[in-house]
Design a protein around this ligand. Structure first.
Ligand code: AHM
Ligand code: MG
Length: 361
């Protein structure tokens, strides 16, 4: 860790009880004065990688810029008349909020200008976007997750995943975007909550950064996040109970039933914004489940834009992510807007859910 000598920083003619000469042994950690920024964190990763070119670092810096621009609009949405709908519907048939459209435009614009993205996929766009320049990376994102919560001032967020293109010399293709989650090289999400928190993994653990709004920088606030082995909370939309399979209903009855020795019933928490529910599950453990039901036969959440990045982060932090039977990161996408059942959390709770699905309980 770098350290600063107080003496080295003392101005000439310094008038305190101690002269600068008496200070040289008083070393203080630089990080106790100014914390590690997101920029520095990514730069340190670059210095540790033998063949790094700086492109990935630059890509993350561009993503961070887009996030800060979106954050400033989210914070002022009520004042800037950005709440409400555009009057259009997206490819999923959902009404588009003005802020959904804004966040999508900001990410597209900033990523295109970065020059590092050959292919971009967005939850808000029908088709993938291909670029003329040979960008090395594919970025897939949900620009504003949970936006149906916007009008009520409930946490919302941005989710993204970065993959390396197989051959950046080729023209970008749909195949570049339809790659399994295990090929992700970096994923993250941002929660626009009481604080703006950026959670990131580049394949070496999961780290959380909090935006200092006065400085305009993300500072490392949660290094090396680990999902607890067990948790006390479960999270799901119980309004769907009647539409669930008998196996999921049995799991739901089990997790609510009383057994003090086994720590049941679990506490129920459900925000309805994936970023918020996933963030709590990452920090506190337990389980979040959005299973398939008779209305959303293949699940509700999108494999590329939501399930993949969140699953990558959960696994990087020592947790698990499944659709109930298979690992999410092993699923080969067949279309850009494919939906999947999603079950994430502590390994123990996810394994128990899977045992119900297999009919063992
Ligand atoms: P979206 O806002 O990007 O369309 O995301 C869908 C949201 C997720 O954030 C959340 O987990 C889920 O839909 C909530 O669904 P429901 O309202 O059916 O509980
Ligand atoms: Mg979403």
């Amino acid at each position: 860790m770098t350290s600063l000598s107080l003496a080295a920083r003392a101005a000439p003619g310094h008038k305190s009880g101690m002269s600068p000469d008496s200070l040289p042994n008083m070393k203080i950690a630089a990080s106790t004065v100014v914390g590690t920024t997101l920029r520095e964190h990514v730069l340190m990763g670059m210095h540790a990688a033998p063949n790094a070119t700086g492109e990935f670092t630059s890509l993350i810096n561009h993503l961070s810029l887009a996030i800060r621009v979106i954050n400033s609009k989210v914070r002022a949405a009520g004042l800037a008349k950005l709440l409400g709908y555009t009057g259009e519907t997206n490819v999923q048939g959902e009404e588009v909020q003005k802020l959904d459209a804004f966040a999508n435009d900001v990410l597209l614009n900033v990523l295109q200008r970065s020059g590092h993205c050959g292919v971009i996929g967005s939850e808000e766009l029908d088709e993938a976007v291909f670029h003329d320049h040979p960008g090395k990376y594919v970025v897939r994102f949900d620009p504003l997750d949970g936006s149906s919560n916007l009008d009520c001032n409930i946490d919302i967020g941005t989710i993204f995943a970065v993959l390396r293109r197989a051959d950046p010399g080729d023209a970008g293709s749909l195949a570049d975007a339809l790659r399994p989650g295990r090929e992700i090289v970096c994923a993250g999400y941002v929660v626009y909550g009481p604080a703006t928190v950026f959670v990131l993994s580049t394949g070496h653990g999961v780290h959380g950064f909090t935006l200092d709004p006065n400085v305009g920088e993300f500072f490392l606030s949660m290094p090396d996040i680990r999902v607890p082995d067990h948790g006390k909370m479960y999270s799901c939309n119980e309004g769907n109970h009647a539409r669930w399979s008998p196996a999921v209903q049995r799991w739901n009855a089990w997790i609510k039933s009383e057994d003090k020795a086994e720590g049941r019933p679990y506490t129920h928490r459900y925000v309805g914004s994936l970023v918020a529910d996933a963030h709590r599950t990452l920090l506190k453990g337990g389980i979040f489940a959005y299973p398939a039901d008779s209305k959303s036969m293949t699940g509700k959440l999108r494999l590329l834009y939501e399930a993949n990045p969140i699953s990558y982060l959960l696994e990087q932090a020592g947790g698990a992510a499944t659709d109930g039977t298979s690992r999410i990161l092993d699923m080969k996408p067949t279309s850009l807007h494919q939906r999947v059942p999603l079950v994430i959390g502590s390994k123990a709770e996810v394994a128990t859910f899977a045992s119900f699905v297999r009919g063992e309980r």
